[in-house]
Design a protein around this ligand. Structure first.
Ligand code: BGC
Length: 394
């Protein structure tokens, strides 16, 4: 590359995890029940034992020069029974957040990364309207008890995925294939975001709140200008419908980006763009410029600060990961150059972890986890990324 790319001084450089995927000891959650019913390839169990080994993991984050970390809170640990909040769990999360703070690491905290307490899922989960009240109460509690150590509040992670997989395809809890319940759950989630925003701002008007969504760059690769135009409209609807529903009640726009998709006249209508150059563990394609496209679209639409809260690759060849990260960071630099206010990049994931239905075989991590000993081994790509984090340029 010819020229150096310099990022804003306070740009957040980090990595991300979610509670259920790394913490372990989450037997009060609907996903634990889902696993018991045999619908995942492996059981989560102790996961990566982040719950007990968080200091070691935070020290790795520091060594890697990252100035931010995205983690989530496990609702089922904090409120194991309806209305009964666990002081022990809240205190433990406080220690985790304080430990990050003491190392100068900024925190982006997701309040709902797909798992519900069992009592709530038995009550119907998101398609039950009462869940909105329960979620608002949970958020209020988190802001009051933990808010001073949280820099960015991400109310929900990628609502699209659990909605599609849980309510249309039946492969995530609650295992439904019911469009009527899908729309009900979706409406409740949007209401929950709006009401939590208001409730949280009442407690502390300064907190920064938003959500993050699973986005795809969507292209029509043929020559027809009309089909290109239609494809663009579909792309905007697909990526931003949920955030449009939340409207002004969000302070930033979170983007998770993994791959791009092409639209076709015929079946299937959507197809992942994948040249199979790098056969990834998930079978996903690699298309870095799509991240630029999504960021520029989001910026034009909302004119709010943007964060890339997830971007990653599950692959056995670690040198491909290093390249993947650099190419996506280049795409972000281009989006910034073109005017988008992007303020952070979080690689998914800090460590190999429990990939939902797929179990532990997907190697997304900057850090490898030995499944027998849980020993952490930093991969070379992590050190490559660290150079960028430390210098804010490459
Ligand atoms: C989710 C993560 C997941 C990752 C890789 C994202 O959609 O937020 O929980 O592990 O993608 O599939």
């Amino acid at each position: 590359m010819d020229k150096k790319i310099k990022f804003p001084k306070d740009f957040l450089w980090g990595s991300a995890v979610s509670s259920y995927q790394v913490e372990g000891w989450n037997d009060n959650s609907d996903w634990y029940e889902w696993e018991k019913s045999g619908r995942t390839k492996e059981k989560n169990g102790i996961a990566c034992d982040y719950w007990n080994r968080y200091k070691e993991d935070h020290s790795i984050i520091s060594q890697l020069g990252q100035n931010a970390f995205r983690l989530s809170l496990e609702w089922s640990k904090i409120e194991p029974e309806e209305g009964k909040f666990s002081e022990e769990a809240i205190n433990h999360y406080r220690e985790i957040l304080k430990d990050l703070k003491s190392r100068g690491i900024k925190t982006a905290v997701t309040l709902w990364h797909w798992t519900l307490p069992i009592w709530l899922s038995k009550d119907g989960g998101w398609h039950n309207c009462d869940t909105v009240d329960y979620f608002v109460r949970f958020c209020e509690r988190v802001v009051k008890d933990l808010g001073e150590d949280i820099d960015l509040f991400i109310l929900m992670n990628e609502p699209r995925i659990p909605l599609n997989k849980g309510y249309l395809w039946g492969v995530f809890p609650p295992g439904k294939k019911n469009p009527f319940l899908y729309f009900k759950a979706r409406k409740n989630m949007i209401r929950a975001c709006i009401r939590s925003y208001d409730a949280t701002k009442k407690i502390n008007p300064d907190v920064k709140i938003g959500i993050t969504q699973f986005t795809n760059a969507i292209y029509y690769l043929g020559s027809s200008k009309i089909l290109k135009g239609i494809s663009k409209i579909i792309s905007n609807l697909y990526n931003w419908r949920f955030q449009d529903g939340i409207g002004e009640k969000q302070d930033f726009i979170g983007v998770n980006y993994y791959f791009a998709v092409e639209t076709r006249v015929g079946y299937p209508f959507f197809k992942m763009i994948n040249d199979n150059k790098f056969p990834t563990n998930m079978g996903w394609g690699v298309f870095p410029d799509g991240l630029r496209e999504v960021l520029e679209d989001g910026w034009k639409r909302y004119k709010k600060p943007m964060y890339v809260f997830e971007n990653g690759i599950a692959i056995d060849q670690d040198e491909v990961r290093a390249e993947f990260i650099k190419e996506h960071i280049k795409a972000i630099a281009q989006a910034i150059k073109n005017g988008a206010d992007v303020r952070g990049y979080f690689y998914w994931s800090l460590m190999d972890n429990f990939e939902w239905n797929e179990g532990f075989k997907m190697k997304f991590g900057l850090v490898e986890i030995d499944r027998k000993t849980l020993e952490r081994k930093i991969r070379p790509s992590a050190w490559e990324y660290a150079k960028i984090c430390k210098n804010g340029e490459f």
